[in-house]
Design a protein around this ligand. Structure first.
Ligand SMILES: *Cc1c(COP(=O)(O)O)cnc(C)c1O
Length: 404
């Protein structure tokens, strides 16, 4: 095939309408907001409705809407009241928005290693990373695959650590028949353009510890307690403004109604692709344990570099030419290599003390992470993918693997 005959794009993509389902429902909700003239509200409007529906979806006591997952994680760290300079264990393979808030909140990110196939935090490495200064863990369920929350919750309890779940990529996922997002004190979701549901930007916090609802709301509302129209005279904390608008919430209320269907399609198409690739030695498709539901923010293929030398890179290039793969930057450069850590202290598992200065991607104790980076192929995935898209991808993978 020459480049000219290639279709523009093989997979619908969440960066534009091809990978999203915005329709009359979103339009009606936005029109309703404009009709009221109240584009900011935290009582009785769409923000309130969204929070109630989101908490109910996962059986959590409360939810708080905000401006992004980045601000949600920041709010959660602040609301937990961690000690100044406390350590927070997290993953080197995530969106920077999952980890920068740790440094921004004056805390020390401690990076643990990940599983070579899933890229999720390795509970053994998390346990090895715990020190006397560790107070919390930020757990990211990468591309919608749940982390082993049974083991992570157990070790967190043993060491007295708070858990913040980063569920930006894991709407509706389940571990051991329990929704992810309900294992820790707070779980953070993103409604940015590329996520399962979107309003362009936005964030949601699922609050499992109800005592945190007031400090979470206060932090995202400039330190004011009591909501948008509160007349309090004192301002006890230096908060930020990270509120969600009614327009965003209107879109998200309509999107949330569709989420079950979105997830069902993502899961069904993923299963079709996994079935079609099951006979290929050296290719590992996503697999799920008992009681586990992964909800495929992206579809992650893992190519064994020893069984299939060079195939990962060729497959990535072929799929990239068809606009079918995402290249998240954290798959090339782990977060601890970023220059922000020239100014903020960090610690890697195995290091005795936190220190400033970015670290090298070849750092010790990250074999799992490097193997993951060498093996991963990450396909765009969303509710608009068809059986034909899946068949085209399967054919291409078979062809590239056969060519060796
Ligand atoms: C998208 C994403 C974030 C950041 O979300 P924003 O809403 O863009 O701030 C954080 N963590 C993960 C895992 C993400 O995928």
């Amino acid at each position: 095939m020459t480049t000219e005959t290639l279709p523009e794009r093989w997979i619908p993509c969440e960066e534009d309408a091809s990978g999203h389902s915005f329709g009359p429902e979103e339009l009606a909700a936005v029109t309703e907001v404009l009709g009221t003239g109240r584009l900011l509200s935290d009582s009785g409007g769409f923000v309130g409705r969204l929070e109630t529906a989101f908490a109910a979806r996962y059986g959590a006591p409360a939810a708080v809407a905000c401006s992004s997952a980045t601000s949600a994680i920041h709010a959660a760290l602040v609301a937990l009241g961690l000690g100044r300079g406390a350590e927070v264990i997290t993953t080197p393979l995530s969106d920077i928005g999952g980890v920068a808030p740790i440094a921004a909140a004056g805390l020390v990110p401690v990076f643990a290693d990940v599983d070579p196939i899933t890229g999720n935090l390795d509970p053994d490495s998390v346990e090895a990373a715990v020190s006397a200064r560790t107070e919390a863990i930020v757990v990211t369920h990468l591309v919608g695959k749940p982390c082993d929350m049974t083991r992570i919750a157990a070790l967190a309890q043993r060491h007295g650590l708070a858990i913040i779940e980063d569920c930006a990529q894991a709407y509706d996922a389940r571990h051991a028949d329990v929704p992810v997002g309900t294992f820790g004190a707070v779980a953070c979701y993103s409604t940015q353009q590329t996520k399962h549901i979107s309003a362009g930007e936005g964030g949601l916090m699922l609050v499992n510890d109800p005592s945190l609802t007031v400090p979470l709301r206060s932090w995202i509302n400039k330190g004011v307690e009591g909501g948008v129209r509160s007349r309090t005279e004192d301002h006890p904390i230096a908060g930020v403004n990270a509120r969600m608008t009614e327009l965003q919430a209107a879109v998200l209320c309509a999107q949330l109604e569709k989420l079950t269907g979105f997830v069902a399609t993502r899961v069904a198409r993923a299963q079709e692709l996994s079935d079609a690739l099951a006979d290929l030695p050296g290719i590992t498709c996503p697999s799920s344990g008992p009681g586990e539901l992964q909800t495929y923010w992206k579809y992650l293929l893992s190519v064994d570099p020893e069984a299939l030398p060079g195939v990962r890179d060729r497959l990535d290039a072929e799929l990239d030419a068809r606009h079918a793969v995402v290249q998240p930057c954290y798959l090339h450069l782990p977060l601890f290599t970023k220059s922000l850590f020239d100014r903020h202290p960090t610690r890697l598992v195995g290091e005795p003390e936190a220190a400033t200065g970015r670290r090298d991607a070849k750092a010790d104790a990250f074999d799992g992470m490097r193997e993951f980076i060498d093996r991963a192929v990450v396909l765009w995935w969303n509710e608009r993918i068809t059986g034909e898209d899946v068949a085209r991808i399967s054919d291409l993978v078979h062809t590239v693997v056969a060519a060796g």
